[in-house]
Design a protein around this ligand. Structure first.
Ligand SMILES: [Zn+2]
Ligand SMILES: [Zn+2]
Length: 361
């Protein structure tokens, strides 16, 4: 696209999108929903005990390490508690930019898992933990940012039931108690895979359980050996070979940042299916210099993915490492950008001019 062809406003108005079908593939959140907290005011005027003696700065330093649930409890226990919590900077930022997710954090029982500092630092970062591109979502059990592409491509971001996690990663009941666990929300979900769930599940993330397993067993090889020994011992009730292969694919889920852009991955046959796709994830804003952002998708890339990727002048632009241009283009359409990245992307996007011109004519 010619750089000077369109104004910033035209690009943002006509080329940017936030496709509902894509955002509603994860836990749906009403952006206008106010946290219950903002409506409540404590009636009790009692003090907050020994904490009362500490200087406010020190008190704020300590309170930031508390999880959101504990902080809200202190705030609601008395007017004094409320007066101390309300001006806490990390809490104020969370409340003003992400207060609409508090109700979902409560519903999924994640509100007691992560400190206010952790959530606040996630708000101020915007990179997907897996690929390094913009991450518009938050994985609830681990409080890590992720993107739509990686939710599909990186199995470590998938959710797993506790029973299956224990089986695949050979963990004891005592080990399992240290895992972050969330309660799922019934509904319809889709991250390329699709699922409808009427009941609730206690879920953890494969990232969390694999990290724990590596700590418990000492190494990946030791984990594999423990898994093999366990299934040899259970030979009478043996698990089908296909299932064991799928279990190994879950064990192999990468914890490190991917070394290759996931939209250039080749499709693979017989891969394990994500049975809880999108069920451990919420849309989560980020704070940049220009304010609160929620991520932008590109209508131009969507058009390329839907119909234009076969054009020869487009395929000749793609790098030789891309073996499946249709898959690559679908990945581009799923990719999210910050506002600054999007304006840069628009300069090079294959279908940007076509989309904007259609809107302007
Ligand atoms: Zn990613
Ligand atoms: Zn584009």
């Amino acid at each position: 696209m010619a750089e000077e062809a369109f104004t910033k406003e035209q690009i943002l108005q006509h080329l940017a999108s936030r496709p509902r079908w894509l955002i509603e593939g994860v836990i749906t959140i009403n952006n206008k929903e106010k946290p219950v907290f903002s409506k409540l005011r404590p009636r009790n005027s009692s003090s907050i005990g020994a904490l009362h003696c500490l200087p406010l700065e020190l008190l704020h330093e300590i309170l930031g390490y508390l999880d959101l649930q504990s902080l809200l409890r202190i705030s609601l226990v008395s007017r004094h508690g409320h007066a101390i919590v309300e001006p806490l900077p990390a809490f104020r930022h969370l409340l003003s930019s992400a207060g609409h997710v508090f109700r979902t954090l409560t519903k999924t029982k994640v509100i007691g898992l992560h400190s206010v500092y952790t959530l606040n630092s996630i708000l101020r970062s915007d990179r997907c933990v897996s690929c390094g591109f913009y991450g518009p979502f938050l994985s609830l059990p681990t409080a890590e940012r992720c993107c739509h592409v990686c939710l599909f491509e990186n199995r470590s971001l998938w959710m797993i039931t506790l029973e299956r996690a224990r089986d695949i990663f050979v963990l004891s009941r005592k080990d399992m108690k240290t895992l972050p666990v969330m309660l799922s929300v019934p509904g319809h979900y889709h991250i390329r895979f699709e699922t409808s769930r009427k009941r609730q599940f206690s879920l953890t993330s494969i990232r969390a359980v694999k990290a724990l397993a590596l700590k418990v067993h000492g190494s990946y090889d030791a984990l594999s050996a423990a898994f093999a020994a366990k299934h040899q011992a259970l030979a009478v009730k043996s698990v089908p070979l296909k299932t064991l292969q799928r279990y190994s694919q879950v064990q192999e889920a990468p914890l490190q940042q991917l070394s290759q852009d996931p939209i250039t991955f080749r499709s693979t046959a017989n891969v394990v299916i994500d049975k809880f796709c999108g069920m451990g994830t919420i849309p989560f804003p980020s704070i940049s210099e220009s304010g609160v952002e929620n991520g932008i998708w590109c209508r131009g890339c969507e058009l390329t993915s839907n119909s234009l990727w076969r054009r020869q002048d487009f395929t000749s632009r793609i790098s030789l490492t891309v073996s499946e241009p249709d898959r690559f283009c679908r990945g581009l359409a799923y990719r999210t950008h910050s506002e600054a990245e999007f304006l840069e992307h628009a300069k090079h996007c294959y279908s940007a001019s076509e989309v904007i011109m259609q809107k302007l004519l």
